[in-house]
Design a protein around this ligand. Structure first.
Ligand SMILES: [Zn+2]
Ligand SMILES: [Zn+2]
Length: 270
């Protein structure tokens, strides 16, 4: 009985986190500042209420998968076989932030290859199609997966706790950061600051435009946080930078953009 209550509490917490962290950006961007945000909109069309409801329904299924995996890892005898440690002092304090960063890097690699596998024609229709029903994603699409994909998504936690020492705080921070980045990727609006385009981070990290292109074109831009694997495997959408610049030129019309193919500073014509 106690284990059932623990499980229900865990699922309820994960779903509440989803409702709050996807709901606040949704309210701000889609309901309160709609007119102010119009220039940041990536696709012209507005997703329908039907899309939002479908995404929330599938996300409820996903939270049960996440809750199941978290339950197995943290609250069953399986925990004894993992590398989870409970005393922060067991390892150097610096290991805590390092393990969070490493988790994001490992997750990006795990996600890229899992995601590409799910795009295989033999698997796509029965699994990943649920996520791709959102051609014009909103924050509600962040957890909108088929049940099989939900378990594959949650399985990264199993991978992490078996391959490196990790504290529950690091897992919680990783989960929180991962979800916030996920919501940004599905926001439907580009909100990256102007300086991002001119920084080295633009070459390394993806953006909301990046993942939005994956949803609108179905192909390319498979990465979760970084551009690394898409660049190495040549799966990045060749129109990505042009699309990104087009949206940012709408938002910051006076800006002079740096053409990524040339060291010279040029004004991009859109
Ligand atoms: Zn996909
Ligand atoms: Zn997506």
């Amino acid at each position: 009985m106690e284990i059932l209550i623990q499980y229900i509490t865990l699922v309820a917490f994960i779903f509440l986190r989803y409702l709050v962290l996807a709901g606040i950006p949704f309210l701000l961007v889609y309901k309160i500042f709609t007119n102010k945000m119009i220039k940041a909109k990536i696709q012209k069309k507005i997703a329908s209420k039907k899309d939002f409801l479908r995404e929330v329904k599938h996300s409820l299924v996903t939270t049960t998968a996440f809750g199941t995996i978290a339950m197995l890892v943290f609250f069953t005898p399986l925990k004894e076989y993992t590398n989870i440690y409970s005393e922060i002092s067991d390892f150097s304090i610096i290991w805590l932030p390092i393990s969070v960063v490493l988790s994001l890097i490992i997750h990006d690699t795990y996600f890229y290859w899992m995601h590409r596998t799910l795009h295989h024609p033999k698997l796509f229709r029965t699994t990943h199609l649920v996520h791709h029903q959102s051609k014009n994603p909103s924050p509600w699409a962040s957890y909108s997966f088929h049940i099989i994909e939900s378990f594959l998504e949650a399985f990264i936690v199993v991978v992490l706790v078996f391959i490196m020492p990790i504290h529950p705080i690091a897992i919680a921070l990783f989960g929180l950061m991962s979800f916030i980045i996920n919501v940004y990727g599905h926001l439907g609006y580009e909100v990256a600051p102007k300086w991002f385009r001119h920084s080295v981070f633009f070459e390394m990290i993806n953006s909301s435009v990046y993942h939005n292109l994956h949803h609108s074109k179905f192909k390319g831009n498979y990465g979760l946080y970084f551009r690394f694997w898409d660049r190495v495997m040549r799966t990045e959408n060749p129109k990505y930078v042009e699309m990104y610049d087009k949206i940012q030129m709408q938002r910051f019309p006076d800006d002079v953009l740096v053409n990524s193919d040339s060291p010279q500073r040029t004004v991009l014509e859109v």
